[in-house]
Design a binder for this molecule. Structure first.
Ligand SMILES: CC(C)(COP(=O)(O)OP(=O)(O)OC[C@H]1O[C@@H](n2cnc3c(N)ncnc32)[C@H](O)[C@@H]1OP(=O)(O)O)[C@@H](O)C(=O)NCCC(=O)NCCS
Length: 186
């Protein structure tokens, strides 16, 4: 595996690029303050744009690091910032990483996250040399389950009631999935 960092990636409808501090307003407006988006996530709606600014300041600092894989998702049409996708917990010896993503509600259901994730997988397997990419989602999060399925991640198991939703307090099952280098079909 040879680290290449958050290189700018392009798909038919999207540009995936490193985060910038100046993204705060759009990210806050488009999804970071929306309880519907954060329903299954490990963070709460920001509530105040100051929170978004602090976060993006940290993300921008990390953006140039060679082992950082964290993209802002920009819709080519109108150049709108619509979401976020990253490969977290990157382990250089294991050649593994775990993908997380989210997107503003207005853009759901158009195949856009599948398009972004497919490109990130191509980059991980074909350019960086990952061996395994994993992802996890709440069992009820059908949209995320479909994205991972469409991208070829196989179900590996279910952790019963492993996560408590931050806003409702409900305990949900977490489904773990993954795809290996030899399974990747592009
Ligand atoms: C999960 C998320 C990224 C999906 O993005 P998206 O661009 O809408 O995904 P896609 O359009 O590529 O695919 C979604 C699929 O799920 C399906 N889907 C979504 N919600 C569904 C529901 N409630 N019931 C049945 N199918 C559903 C869509 O029909 C589509 O499947 P299809 O292509 O077979 O028609 C987006 O909903 C999101 O940001 N959610 C909030 C954050 C989040 O949950 N992140 C993931 C944490 S693990």
């Amino acid at each position: 595996m040879e680290h290449r960092g958050t290189k700018v990636l392009e798909t038919e409808r999207l540009i995936l690029r490193p985060w910038r501090e100046t993204d705060a307003e759009e990210a806050f407006e488009n999804w970071m303050n929306d309880p519907e988006v954060t329903k299954y996530l490990t963070w709460r709606p920001h509530g105040d744009i100051a929170v978004t600014r602090m976060l993006l300041s940290a993300w921008t600092e990390e953006a140039g690091e060679i082992n950082n894989y964290h993209w802002a998702i920009v819709l080519k049409e109108g150049r709108v910032l619509i979401g976020d996708i990253s490969v977290m917990h990157v382990d250089e010896y294991q050649e593994t990483g775990n993908v997380g993503y989210c997107m503003g509600r207005c853009w759901w259901g158009r195949g856009l996250m599948t398009e972004a994730f497919r490109e990130v997988l191509r980059y991980c397997f074909k350019e960086v040399g990952f061996y395994r990419v994993s992802g996890s989602h709440a069992a009820d999060n059908i949209g995320s389950a479909r994205v991972m399925e469409k991208c070829g991640l196989k179900t590996e198991g279910t952790r019963r009631r492993a996560f408590r939703l931050l806003l409702s307090g409900e305990r949900v099952d977490i489904v773990d999935r993954g795809i290996l280098r030899e399974e990747y079909r592009g």
